[in-house]
Design a binder for this molecule. Structure first.
Ligand code: SF4
Length: 287
């Protein structure tokens, strides 16, 4: 185990603007004000085949210091928000997922919460030594290597890293990543074969929970996927309600832009049937 002190968060280093794809960036940005042994999470998924090799769990952390134009997960960007989960409870959850071979860390920016994520991987591997780990980052591998002790600790525990910001002008249908500037960096022998895989996207996985809420995970093959999804839902008679509260009482709402969190999808004819809820908290477009 390593020191669980949250990574330093010097506000002066907070990169506010979109940076270009050649710039490595400074990964020592801000982090959520989580306490020792805690992570701030936007969402978790216990089974996914579109964000890394084979079948994996996914954790989307809350908060990213970057602002890539066209980011497909805008609801994960603010450091305020999300749900605080303990490293111990997440370790128990991952350890119990016997049909997954590892976890993919996405967001948001996983390296803004690097130390607790490194601790999480240590805790899982105490019970499942072969548990694999992949992570996304909006920062380049080289910048992360120069980062905080926590960031280097997380890097040292990963098998795969998808690095670099999402650049809409370089969008492509690519394996596990959204734009061609991003790289799949092989960090251990575990997945060395991925460099020989055909470099096309793994698609989008849609799931519907017991409560009727749906979600999707993956890297969209086309830019503007989220807008297209919302338009098609609207054409099918569904309403996307971006309001956080009282959504169940709404029969109409506007389709909002891609920078709004989709919190509820409700059929227009809600008088005669159950609401179909939707919370498409998507996979990453870049980090
Ligand atoms: S694409 Fe990734 S790195 Fe860029 S703003 Fe979105 S979450 Fe952050």
């Amino acid at each position: 185990m390593t020191d669980a002190t949250p990574d330093p968060a010097p506000a002066a280093r907070h990169p506010q603007a979109t940076h270009d794809d050649e710039h490595e960036g400074d990964a020592r940005g801000p982090a959520p004000a989580a306490r020792r042994g805690e992570l701030t999470v936007n969402r978790v998924l216990d089974r996914c085949t579109t964000l890394g090799p084979n079948v994996r769990a996914v954790i989307w952390v809350q908060g990213c210091p970057l602002r890539c134009r066209g980011c497909v997960a805008p609801e994960t960007l603010p450091f305020a928000g999300g749900e605080v989960r303990t490293v111990a409870e997440l370790a128990d959850w991952l350890t119990g997922l016997t049909d997954v071979e590892g976890v993919t860390l996405s967001g948001g920016e996983p390296f803004s919460q690097a130390q607790p994520l490194a601790d999480l991987l240590d805790a899982v591997r105490e019970r499942r030594p072969g548990f694999s780990a992949m992570a996304y980052s909006g920062f380049r591998h080289e910048a992360l290597r120069r980062g905080t002790p926590g960031q280097r600790a997380l890097l040292d525990r990963l098998d795969l890293l998808v690095d670099g910001p999402y650049v809409a002008a370089r969008h492509g249908d690519l394996l596990w990543r959204g734009s061609s500037n991003q790289r799949v960096v092989v960090l251990t022998e575990r997945y060395h074969h991925v460099t020989s895989l055909i470099d096309t996207g793994a698609g989008i996985e849609v799931s519907v929970g017991d409560d009727g809420r749906f979600s999707w995970a993956g890297v969209p093959a086309v830019p503007g996927f989220r807008t297209l999804l919302e338009e098609q839902l609207a054409a099918a008679g569904y309403v996307v309600d971006a309001r956080e509260t009282a959504a169940a009482t709404h029969t109409r709402a506007e389709i909002r832009g891609t920078d709004e969190r989709i919190t509820e999808v409700q059929h227009r004819d809600d008088q005669c049937g159950p609401t179909t809820g939707g919370s498409p908290a998507p996979g990453p477009a870049g980090g």
